[in-house]
Design a protein around this ligand. Structure first.
Ligand SMILES: NC(=O)C1=CN([C@@H]2O[C@H](COP(=O)(O)OP(=O)(O)OC[C@H]3O[C@@H](n4cnc5c(N)ncnc54)[C@H](OP(=O)(O)O)[C@@H]3O)[C@@H](O)[C@H]2O)C=CC1
Ligand SMILES: O=C(O)C(=O)Cc1ccc(O)cc1
Length: 448
């Protein structure tokens, strides 16, 4: 069964990997693992059996089966790659068919419900080792973090999972389910709230921000690009991550609270209190971090490279008050979160989101100009009002656990920005490559 470039070690030639859910992540795993020589049994919903079978017919060690029962009974390691909101239902359906002694894991972005479902529905004679690739399906997994959760399994089972997934060339991070959920809430949930709100605010004002002025600075362009990238993904990925993660609610609510309080200080024209609050937050979030002290996540030249147009005397660079970024740091400070503590578990997009925030806070002159603009420049008031509404709207949705409302909010804005996604992806890939190269360089320096 092993292919020419097989990475299947002796003794595991007959080891079979089962994939339930052949969406973006499931397909990425199926294709990469099969290329490394592993035998794959995979399924999606039964009505996709014929189309999937045709797509993978006779190719790359992948056999498509009709449903998860057939995958579960014949696989030695089964990965559920379905929507987080369905995980309980799907595991309840197929879990009892799991082969005796097999290893089972899931790819959902939030681990508490997944682990609960495994415990509730899997037979006691199977092992649980879960996983989470901390990147989207279009990103090369090499050197990206891959969380492994040895929940109910001997070391030998974990070792087998490590061997199978080694072909992804990711960096393993071993965590408990609870640690995983805490870290992803502190990093992804907070920063998603910021960029989801940004998109909603622009949409509410019916603005394509890149069309507002002839010169768009690097920081603005990176912000827009990250926003577009988030809205170009499937809604359920971000909804699941926020709504189902028991740790995320507090973070998303605090983000809305921080936004509202900062906005009120701006309306009052209270420069001194705003400055004291933001400087205090900066010191708490960035002050003790060694990596902040050593080098920036985003080289300033990267940001400059992504400016659009050139400032002219008629169209000079226009300062912004960056409420979205100020609120992110205020939120982390209020919750005692230092995002650098979680860099081992950071996604490429998170590094970009933190990088752009860090860029603003590293530069005292720019930060002061931002605070001045916040108080003095009334041209941003309506954008910021919409932004504040948006942040509160997302927080309410997450607190109430309303998936349907969340979907409607997301999809309506997704439709508004749809025409820009293809271009944004090209530029975004370029940005992430540069951030990755800069991080690899920093790691090399630390190793010396
Ligand atoms: N996309 C990302 O960036 C990342 C996603 N994840 C997580 O990985 C998981 C999968 O995400 P992703 O691949 O992007 O999502 P997709 O929506 O692309 O894939 C999920 C697939 O599972 C299918 N499915 C649902 N129910 C069943 C069932 N009973 N049997 C078989 N298949 C079923 C879905 O069908 P249908 O569409 O009809 O429901 C869909 O094809 C999610 O939990 C997500 O949070 C993790 C890391 C990154
Ligand atoms: O938004 C991010 O940080 C991403 O890089 C995309 C992503 C979304 C969900 C995940 O579970 C993992 C990665």
């Amino acid at each position: 069964m092993a292919s020419a470039q097989s990475s299947v070690p002796a003794g595991m030639e007959n080891f079979t990997v089962g994939l339930i859910g052949m969406g973006d992540m499931g397909r990425m795993y199926a294709e990469r693992l099969s290329e490394a020589g592993w035998r794959i049994l995979a399924c999606d919903r039964e009505d996709r059996y014929d189309s999937l079978k045709e797509k993978y017919n006779g190719k790359k060690n992948i056999e498509i089966l009709r449903n998860g029962h057939l995958v579960s009974r014949a696989s030695d390691y089964i990965i559920y790659s379905v929507e987080a909101a369905f995980i309980d239902r799907v595991i309840a359906q197929y879990g009892p068919s799991t082969k005796m002694g097999a290893i089972v894991g899931g790819q959902t972005s939030c681990k508490s419900p997944e682990i609960e479902a495994f415990e509730a529905h899997l037979p006691s004679d199977v092992y649980i080792v879960s996983c989470h690739s901390l990147h989207g399906p279009g990103v090369d997994p090499q050197n990206q973090p891959l969380v492994l959760i040895q929940h109910r399994a001997p070391d030998e089972a974990l070792r087998k999972v490590e061997i199978v997934l080694s072909c992804l060339k990711s960096k393993y991070v071993h965590l408990t389910a609870q640690e995983h959920d805490r870290i992803t809430a502190d990093t992804q949930a907070v920063t998603h709230a910021a960029f989801l709100s940004m998109g909603k605010a622009w949409h509410a004002n019916r603005q394509y921000p890149w069309e507002l002025s002839r010169y768009v600075g690097g920081i603005e362009n990176v912000k827009m690009n990250i926003m577009l990238r988030i809205y170009s993904q499937k809604w359920h990925v971000y909804a699941g991550l926020a709504i189902l993660n028991p740790e995320a609610r507090k973070q998303v609510s605090q983000y809305a609270k921080s936004t509202t309080e900062l906005y009120k200080l701006m309306l009052e024209g209270n420069f001194d209190d705003l400055k004291a609050r933001i400087y205090g937050a900066r010191d708490r979030v960035f002050g003790a971090s060694k990596s902040w002290a050593s080098r920036p996540l985003l080289e300033p030249s990267i940001l400059t490279a992504f400016s659009l147009g050139t400032p002219t005397p008629e169209e000079p660079a226009r300062p912004n008050n960056h409420l979205s970024l100020l609120a992110m740091v205020d939120c982390w400070a209020a919750l005692g979160i230092v995002p650098y503590d979680h860099m081992l578990c950071s996604t490429p997009l998170f590094r970009l989101r933190l990088g752009v925030t860090e860029h603003l806070f590293r530069n005292t002159e720019m930060l002061d100009e931002t605070l001045r603009t916040a108080v003095d420049d009334k041209r941003y008031r309506s954008d910021d009002l919409e932004f504040t509404f948006a942040a509160r709207g997302w927080a309410e949705c997450v607190t109430l656990g309303h998936f349907e409302t969340w979907e409607k909010r997301f999809v309506s804005t997704q439709e508004f920005f749809q025409p820009r996604f293809a271009d944004a992806k090209k530029v975004g890939d370029e940005m992430m490559k540069k951030v990755q190269a800069s991080m690899d360089e920093a790691l090399k320096m630390e190793d010396k």
